[in-house]
Design a protein around this ligand. Sequence first.
Ligand SMILES: [Zn+2]
Length: 390
Amino acid sequence: MNENTSSKWLKSVNQQKVLRLIYAEGPISRVKLAEKTGLTAQTITNIVNRLLGEEILHENVPLENGVGRKPVPLVVKSEELYALGIEVAVKYVRGTLVDFRNVPISEVTETMSSDTNEDHDENKVECIVKVIDQLLKRVPKMNQLKGIGCSIQGLVDSTDGVVLLSSGLHWRNFPLRERLEQHYNLPVYLENDANLLALVENLNGSLAASNHNVTVKLDYGIGGAHVMNKQLNSGAGHVAGELGHCKTFFGIEAMPCHCGAKGCLTTLVSGSGMKRNLGFTLEEFGHRIREGDPVAREWLAKMAEAVSSALSNLITFLNPDHVLFTGKVLDHTGNYLMDPLRMRILENIPESCRKVRLLRLEQTPDDSVLAAGLVMNRFFDVPTIHLSVI
Ligand SMILES: [Zn+2]
């Protein structure tokens, strides 16, 4: 880092420290900010003036403290700052505009055209742009919108903003962030849907008290995320968590998978695999299960066996304290799948691992709202030095 870069970096670290503190602990005075950060009163004044100028902060009514100058409490203008979240699914694009209190302001869904011609990429980008354009009309002032977050079902390089591989979307090394930044003068963030869910649940959701955990999303596709010491493990090439390609079906049940292998978990457990290989949509499957259809119930037992086998191996190997299950497959099958899954996993794993808590989110969270949360997360993020091994 040269001197100029390092001074800019320090300035941005200090500003982010102050901003995060006001967000987390506000209303808070300038004096308290100086005490808590160890920065000089002048530095705090400069930073606060800059943030007031950018309309990010608000000064509350000064507090009465009897003597001298009254401290002015500062708060983040959460009700006047906005984030836009986009869920890029295989068949649709859904967007939600939320304010920084996480209150949804407006929602838009557009169906994605399913043609696979060479303009396919353009159609998808156009569909995303259409959703964003409609939501932008609901933002009172453009400088209040702090970014666009995207949730993607597939492998994502969130640092470079590239979709590495999404079989459903037919994207390979697609520079989505760059494409969207050509349209909008706003920061764009991408994250894999299961990683995004794990990040949000670890921050302030059902995994807040957990340090080591696995998130499993059984949905139209299958995704997973591994968190160790509260840090997301993306692996060496952003592939960690690709649970859908664990080998769980053998013999005549080993169907070919789009990854080139056979017998992957996704071929008979995900919504798309179920449709392709069993001929059921998720809705039909859920309905048949509730009606007691013997064919569907037989498949359900095989699915429970397959998922529990993959998860039992993972739990034995990684020793997480929690495993969180979610996704539309569970929304449609409920306890018919979750109960045998829990039972089989606890039977399979060694006694030493049985303290693991197996949780299920009752309803799969809205990916577009989670993606908006990614914008807030980054807005208040304090940069750290990344050390790399040469
Ligand atoms: Zn596969």
